[in-house]
Design a protein around this ligand. Structure first.
Ligand code: PRP
Length: 174
């Protein structure tokens, strides 16, 4: 079992998401529903907590994407593994991600969503590793900017393990 170091505790994450939820509520005060589109799989826990931190009416959708496979770094190739079940034309949309790394995934998804003519499109990510960016992405809601370390937990995996850790942890060497 490799060593784990807590980078962001469950309490820190909870408190920051409460702030993000309040910020989003202020931005969407007009009363229309907001489609939260979770990017599978990593965003499922953040999406669940963010939705409950918001008072705005939300609708929950998921899109599936994969670029990492079992590796620790992106392959650079984005693969759509599950499309949306509903059209988003004319609706407010927030893409919800667990982590923004090279930006390849979110820039692709932002382009794909824009083609579907939402009323507005914003991006929320729990974690941002700005040092790693290869493709610029405009993000509207960021939980935490973190250094370039491999993180797991709170939805994030290493080879599909560790997603259920309550904290975001750095995975050490075995
Ligand atoms: C992770 C993460 C983002 C993407 C970010 O997904 O959830 O979708 O990588 O990296 P990028 O900015 O370099 O594109 P991953 O492919 O590991 O799939 P998962 O969410 O199913 O774990």
């Amino acid at each position: 079992m490799p060593a784990l170091r807590v980078l962001l505790s469950a309490e820190q994450i909870h408190n920051r998401i409460a702030e993000l939820g309040a910020e989003i509520d202020r931005d969407y005060a007009e009363g229309e529903p907001v489609y939260l589109i979770g990017v599978l799989k990593g965003a499922f826990i953040f999406l669940a907590d963010l939705a409950r931190a918001m008072k705005t009416q939300v609708r929950i959708e998921f899109i599936g994407i994969s670029s990492y496979g079992k590796a620790k770094t992106t392959s650079g190739q984005v693969q759509l593994t599950k499309d949306l079940d509903v059209p988003i034309e004319g609706h407010h949309v927030i893409l919800v991600e667990d982590i923004l790394d090279t930006g390849i995934t979110l820039s692709y998804l932002a382009m794909l969503m824009t083609q579907r003519k939402p009323k507005s499109l914003r991006i929320a990510t729990l974690l941002d590793k700005p040092e790693r960016r290869r493709t610029p992405v405009k993000v509207d809601y960021v939980g935490f900017r973190i250094p370039d370390e491999f993180v797991i937990g709170y939805g994030l995996d290493y080879a599909e393990d560790y997603r259920n850790l309550k904290d975001v942890c750095v995975l050490g060497e075995p």
